[in-house]
Design a protein around this ligand. Structure first.
Ligand code: UD1
Length: 427
């Protein structure tokens, strides 16, 4: 196990270009199996979840080669449609291969997926959508093995009860392979779904309604080799913007579509942070104590649930009482207990967190319980007095290329160390 040590308080200052989007690249990697041939993805973040997905694709017989940030996936020699349980358990996005393998081979075998423990995270809407498109899916207890088979996928009309990102993505893969027209209604509108649709269209698919909650897919078209440049990661961008806000810093983040962060920039303005924006660049400057705010998370374009732990960290030192309402995941306040160890005053009841801002946080031994929660503790530590140690930082590495490198470049005193103490990672 590894941990991150941060010495605060420090004021971060400078600029950085944000890495490619995790939530965009993972479904595209899964979708690559729909085509028999080569997919090239550029601006791929070098993060653990990408390495894990490469491992799963390799285990199916694909050849994945990552050079710098360019990933080439050759799916022409796939020799299996079944994924091992251990590989599935490592990440949530492995479930994307259910729809993609079904689309390519009319058969797929997967296990219930892993991922961050932030709620129950069932996959019933994924399965319902795939069944509506003609898949027969058998679930076997107790190991959670799912075997999907079809004599031929057929277009259908599907209405999602809630805009689930993953369920829409899985349905898209099957719909691209299905014969005839599919209409997906009540779709999530997260920008990563838009990117995925453009990527699939670049492979030969026909998807209309991109960016809306109704997607129309003309399925069964021949697919071909393709290349796609992944957009910047809006959650990583938001991480560094909130980091600057919470430690009276001054940061320029570029390489991200500013409009995708509108909910965050609106909240930052209410908190008293100065902002300047261009289409792919945001500058924030926070020179005074933040003001308390009340924020509700929700599906895009509402405030993203993935940024909620960072907002909680920033508001811990704001002037006044803030309220956070989490409406996407039912168990996403795990960071509160760790922030309390640093002196934060947070009370959680159901899906509401009440944060009474304190003047100072103090360094403490805290634990990363999940990807964003762990990164949020790192951000909180920048504004805390003394040393903070964030243990189990492997969670953070699932989604950040190198959070220590980035924050050090902005002036933070931060380092990653292995638990046995004999290896210290700098750059
Ligand atoms: C994706 C993102 C994750 C983000 C989340 C919400 C990726 C790799 N991950 O996760 O970072 O936090 O969207 O923006 O893109 N649900 C069901 N049944 C289902 C599917 C979902 O009940 O079959 C529920 C979930 O438990 C959750 C809500 O719907 O409460 C939203 O989940 P969903 O949008 O599916 O999230 P993910 O795709 O897992």
């Amino acid at each position: 196990m590894a941990f991150i040590e941060i010495h605060g308080p420090c004021r971060i200052q400078g600029g950085l270009t944000v890495q490619g989007s995790k939530n965009a690249v993972l479904p595209m990697m899964a979708a690559s199996v729909l085509n028999r041939g080569i997919t090239v993805l550029e601006n791929v973040p070098r993060i653990q979840d990408v390495f894990c997905m490469m491992g799963i694709l390799d285990s199916l017989g694909c050849r994945c080669a990552l050079h710098g940030n360019r990933l080439e996936i050759d799916t022409s020699k796939i020799n299996g449609w079944r994924i091992e349980q251990k590989a599935m358990g490592k990440m949530r996005s492995s479930i994307m291969l259910l729809g993609a393998l079904l689309g390519r081979f009319c058969e797929a075998g997967v296990y219930s997926p892993g991922g961050c423990m932030i709620g129950k995270r069932p996959i019933d809407w994924h399965l319902r959508a795939l069944r509506a498109l003609g898949a027969e899916i058998r679930e076997s207890e107790p190991d959670g093995f799912l075997h999907a088979q079809t004599t031929g996928l057929r277009g259908a009309e599907i209405i999602f009860p809630f805009p689930s990102v993953g369920a829409v993505e899985n349905a898209l893969f099957a719909a691209v392979a299905a014969v005839g027209r599919t209409v997906l209604r009540g779709c999530a509108r997260e920008p990563e779904i838009g990117q995925l649709c453009h990527f699939l269209n670049g492979m030969g698919a026909s998807i209309r309604g991109i960016g809306t909650d109704a997607l129309i897919i003309e399925g069964g078209l021949p697919l071909h080799d393709s290349r796609f440049v992944i957009g910047g990661d809006r959650i990583v961008a938001g991480t560094y913007l909130l980091a600057a806000a919470s430690c009276s810093g001054e940061v320029i983040v570029d390489g991200v579509q500013t409009q995708e962060l509108r909910a965050l920039t609106g909240v930052l303005e209410h908190m008293g942070v100065s902002l300047y924006q261009e289409p792919e660049l945001i500058y924030v400057h926070s020179g005074q104590r933040l003001r308390a705010v009340s924020v509700k998370t929700g599906p895009y374009p509402a405030f993203p649930t993935d940024l909620q732990p960072f907002l909680m960290a920033a508001l811990s030192r704001a002037d006044g009482t803030s309220m956070l309402r989490e409406t996407v995941f039912e168990n996403r306040f795990g960071t509160a207990a760790e922030l309390q160890k640093m002196g934060a005053n947070i009370e959680c009841s159901g899906n509401i967190a009440r944060i009474d801002g304190v003047e100072t946080l103090r360094g403490a031994l805290v634990r990363a319980r999940d990807l964003r929660g762990g990164a949020a503790l790192t951000v909180a530590a920048l504004g805390a007095d003394g040393w903070t140690r964030v243990s189990e930082c492997e969670h953070i590495e699932r989604g950040y290329e190198d959070i220590c490198r980035d924050l050090r470049a902005l002036g933070a005193e931060i380092r990653r160390r292995e638990d046995d103490g004999d290896r210290e990672d700098t750059d």
